[in-house]
Write a protein of this length. Structure first.
Lengths: 207, 207, 207, 207
DNA sequence: GCTTAAACGAGACGGTACGTCACGTCTTCTA
DNA sequence: TAGAAGACGTGACGTACCGTCTCGTTTAAGC
């Protein structure tokens, strides 16, 4: 008996080459559940979202969901921040243009109805669920910090960014200010905000 | 019969000159409940905190709590961010010193065990409870933005801050970066972080 | 300090000649409360009747009620079965006529909207409250059994009732059958029922 | 989706040939709950009996109970008057012997510690809960009146009972007098009482 | 074609907390 | 001291959702 059949294999371990005996999982169910989650998050808050409702909307059942995800938080996390998110770095020619582009992309991801509804809830559950904490930071790191390291290094060597500034600093500034602005101003962040904030950050990291 | 006796008054609007008929609320109960809440939040997460437990620890009862607060979230909010918070502005002589002081104070408030445990939960409930959203922003605005306006104006006139930067911008930068850093790095923000971040923000808002 | 001021004096001990210092009780309040109770019992069941509601309807307050009665059950008991009930015995000339009259009177008392609503509730509380048990039986005994003793004795001596039949037997038959009929048939007991039941009881106690 | 899965089925209508999808109810839980209820009713009154306590004693949870019964009253009703009650008619050879036997059986059922504790409470809740009213009368009717109809008919044809007397009359007399005697005399009804009452009823229904 | 093993839907399960309600008492102010 | 008003502790109510489990059924892969 393989370990995979004892410890349920969540989506992240797809590279394990188990013999895959028995009835294979219906590929469509996972997608339907993720779609239903996003839909429902556009209609109600994270707290008001129940797994039963998701299952019903997706036309499936609760066990099928818990076979795929560790819990509600993990499901929502994957639904709102899919792994497919590209991490291509911006290249507008100027530092401020790039920062502006980063802000725009961050804002685009976070101001989705689903993200707006989910983020606070996910943040709330991070405290009690270390697994989720890791998962969220991992995604955050992958998307932003990871690819950013090279960018920051290059910019530093060009002299556009003063030494000492790390990728984490930049990511923190971009994500932190976007997040708080969304919380306080409520998803209504226009181009003006992006420009003003980009200017602030760019000046902040310049030599 | 006054309206106040029908719709329970959660937040005492002290300027209303009601005759205050009937047995007055035991002032000590509210305090004991707030104290108990802060204590318990140092021991468990927001989600694991139950109203029953708070009541028991405070030596009172659930109805007594629900007479005073609309729900768990509101109680926690008031316990963690009391109205008594002073908003005195820093005055170190230099802009960067002041920003550093703002970061330090924000960090001090947010890195309390109680705040660390409560914040994610509160943010999570903001989505479903507009009342709480208002209350939280109001406190945030009172404490930070409100008093900051004069500071930013003065600094702008002195030429320390470039025109166009608002108090909200500064507050957003300070709170946003602190919040995100706490989430990602987990309460372990040393003096180095404060200095680095202060430098970033200061440069960002300078002319 | 008289004992009466320590142990509150409920209605039953009115013959105690206390000095009655302080503000005398408002005589009208008791009546208003009793009236309100009867009214409300015509609109809802005993369980759905709250002391707060009674106080509001009577235009008084809860403490004023608890100063007069030991609790809800005692109040309802007195409201539904007032002490003023006369116990005059029937005298129709025939035993069967007399029994029929007893049934009619019992039915009249018990089929009041208030009585119908209150009786089950009172019976329910008898179990846990011995005081109420005593009070209810006392009233029952006063009204029915007490006066009945002489009647049964006389009838026995006339030869209308066979020896061995006691007043309690007769009362039990009359009240028991009426009570159960009310419970099962629900207050719709016509004259036919009265006659049939009177015939049964009369034959049952005849020589 | 069948209607049965929407409206919870409290009383199993066993003749309906549903496919019984989903996890079947644990048969043992229902039994344990009923047993616990009877046990607890021997120790405290109906009013002092809480669903939480029952759940704890039965080793199960409150939701599991509310899945099976509409509320406390219905649960107690079924616990105290199980559907298994036999309705075999007595056959002692004489009318008076049969009536005496009916009284004895009624008394046996009603003077159980559980029944004594529960009956008043149930009667009390009948008023506010029509469903319970129906359920109680149904059981009463099933057990007593139903089977009695044939008996009364046969006795009437033999000339033992005068025409006009119905099964309901007889049931009313037996149950009513027993019930009231229990209420007033408190469970201490000896054989003498049974005999005296049997004689009264027998004479009452004889030609 | 038959076996095997897992996925599937449905829904019951234990657990835990929620927010509400009523009781009967206590505390304040006013008359 | 009575009275009105209303807060208090107590304790139960019935509901909701979590994540797990147990059924009977379905589906693919492998012998």
């Amino acid at each position: 008996m393989s370990v995979a059949s004892v410890t349920p294999t969540y989506v992240t371990v797809s590279f394990v080459m188990t013999t895959e005996i028995g009835r294979p999982r219906d590929r469509g169910i996972g997608d339907a559940v993720l779609r239903a989650t996003v839909e429902l998050l556009a209609e109600c808050s994270y707290a008001d979202l129940s797994v039963d409702t998701i299952a019903a909307r997706a036309g499936t059942s609760k066990p099928a969901i818990y076979r795929r995800w560790r819990g509600k938080a993990h499901l929502v996390h994957e639904a709102v921040f899919p792994r497919t998110a590209t991490t291509e770095l911006p290249d507008t020619g100027s530092l401020e243009g790039d920062v502006r582009e980063m802000l725009r992309r961050t804002l685009m991801v976070l101001s989705t109805p689903a993200a707006l509804a989910a983020l606070p809830g996910l943040v709330g559950e991070m405290a009690s669920d270390p697994t989720l904490h890791t998962a969220l930071l991992e995604r955050f790191g992958d998307v932003l910090v990871g690819a950013l390291t090279d960018y920051v290094d290059a910019a530093a060597q060009r002299g556009d960014i003063r030494p000492g500034i790390t990728a984490a600093d930049l990511a923190e500034a971009v994500a932190g200010m976007t997040f708080l602005a969304l919380l306080t101003r409520g998803a209504l962040l226009d181009e003006t905000w992006t420009e003003r904030t980009a200017r602030l950050i760019t000046k902040g990291i310049s030599p």
